[in-house]
Design a protein around this ligand. Sequence first.
Ligand code: HEC
Ligand code: HEC
Length: 236
Amino acid sequence: MRRLPRAALWLPVLTLSALAVGLTTAQSQGAAPAGDPLAIQAGPPDAKRGEALTQTCQGCHGPMGHSKDEGKPSLGGQVPSYLTLQLAAFRAKLRPSPVMQAIAARLTDQNIVDLAAYYGQQTPRDAWEANAALRAKGQQFYNSGAVERGVTACVVCHGVDGRGNNALHIASITHQSPKYTLEVLHEFKSVPDYHVAYPNAMHIVTAKMTEDELSAVTAYLSSMGTNSMNMAPASK
Ligand code: HEC
Ligand code: HEC
């Protein structure tokens, strides 16, 4: 089943006032207050409490958020601000995924920040295997981009280690399966251009990338953190 582009969530966020009106009419009186559907109001994050809540997540995302299922993202080591935003987006039904929308519907604001704190404190899972030649091309693209086509290097936003930036809501992008990573990049490429530099960053970047470049950066991202010793010679 082809997923709807996740980055579509930004469209309603950018036209927030119009959406808030729509939400209040659709909901029963006295439900969520009108305003930002992604707003979170919670006390200080409690990672210990978050850990207890992961009982319901482990079956799919793995213990400590180390997913073994290539169709389900790893959460271990993801930046908390990104996790918080995604969970709020699922709950507000702005990011598509029937499974995650149903799960997030049961989470309070405090649950969301506690879960995000817990997963943010975990180490990322082991890296995935990659074809060494493809990975080398991906590494080159990751660090240099394609200046002549106006493609900003990934390293500028995601950092040398690919672990993102919590303060800027930039996701950690290492240690996801090649399948999941490539799917996500295709989604970003296919969303409409909202003509806003940020948060539309990933569409702007991927729009001008070729399929070969997408495959190469995917190989690099999913195997980041491994040294060449662990590299499978020719696995896809
Ligand atoms: C039945 C399986 C299942 C369970 C249980 C589940 N998830 Fe998910 N989760 C998924 C799938 C599948 C996706 C990918 C959704 C997509 O983008 O289509 C996902 C995506 C996510 C994402 C987005 C990650 C990213 O990199 O963008 C977060 C955050 C998340 N889940 C958190 C949780 C938390 C927290 C729990 C427990 C409270 C949980 N999930 C329980 C299947 C599950
Ligand atoms: C201008 C800053 C910027 C640049 C440059 C950039 N990114 Fe991103 N990227 C982001 C932000 C912000 C997010 C998270 C927000 C979102 O979902 O749009 C993100 C999200 C992602 C995700 C999704 C993570 C997940 O868990 O679903 C992937 C994969 C990704 N970027 C890969 C790349 C690659 C590969 C490049 C280089 C070709 C790149 N990014 C360049 C800012 C950037």
